[in-house]
Design a protein around this ligand. Structure first.
Ligand SMILES: CC(C)(COP(=O)(O)OP(=O)(O)OC[C@H]1O[C@@H](n2cnc3c(N)ncnc32)[C@H](O)[C@@H]1OP(=O)(O)O)[C@@H](O)C(=O)NCCC(=O)NCCS
Length: 162
């Protein structure tokens, strides 16, 4: 499969949005508390990209956009660069071909080139196959996050880069 990956431009926000909504649709109304991804809009994604608050990668099969992942630059407690990866999504028809893993590795390579020492992510604890997916990519479980009524609903994952 001819897969290429690059960063999305602000005018491609609607494409990112469409992939996210289609990929996450089965979680709507099922995963609690609801996923924040459902609060996003094409306009909010465009602002995020334009202001560089978040970057979104897009994966293409030939000319067709089929997957995305979001990266949020930040720093750890020592002032070193730490990026948070989130909103990984691949359209249902294109799953199981390694595109999700490719998107994660592509962001990881960019992170290394930018001098990032650590990657972080958060996964719903109720979706253990996703925690396993990230473990296969070298991430470790670092802890959990809770909020009233939802003990340990988020699993925090991370990976040190050298
Ligand atoms: C998670 C997701 C991005 C994976 O995309 P993908 O392109 O199918 O991933 P890959 O092909 O790289 O799969 C890598 C491995 O994870 C496994 N895997 C992927 N999705 C899986 C699923 N839903 N259930 C069980 N295993 C899954 C694959 O079997 C594969 O393992 P293998 O290489 O040993 O066969 C995709 O299923 C998706 O968009 N899901 C909905 C949104 C979502 O949950 N995002 C993550 C939020 S943290």
């Amino acid at each position: 499969m001819d897969v290429s990956i690059r960063l999305a431009r602000p005018r491609e926000a609607a494409i990112v949005y469409r992939i996210l909504m289609e990929a996450y649709a089965p979680y709507r109304g099922k995963v609690v508390p609801p996923l924040k991804v459902f609060e996003s809009t094409p306009a909010s994604i465009a602002v995020d990209i334009r202001t560089r608050r978040h970057a979104h990668a897009l994966a293409f099969v030939g000319p067709t956009p089929v997957g995305t992942v979001r990266c949020t630059p930040g720093r750890n407690g020592h002032g070193q660069k730490r990026w948070t990866l989130s909103r990984l999504a691949v359209l249902p028809d294109y799953r199981g071909e390694g595109i999700g893993a490719m998107l994660m590795r592509w962001m990881e390579d960019r992170a290394r080139q930018c001098g990032v020492v650590e990657l972080r992510g958060e996964v719903r604890t109720a979706l253990p196959f996703l925690v396993r997916f990230y473990q296969c990519l070298g991430y470790q479980v670092l802890g959990y996050r809770s909020k009233p009524g939802y003990a340990r609903y988020l699993t925090i994952i991370g990976k040190r880069l050298r």
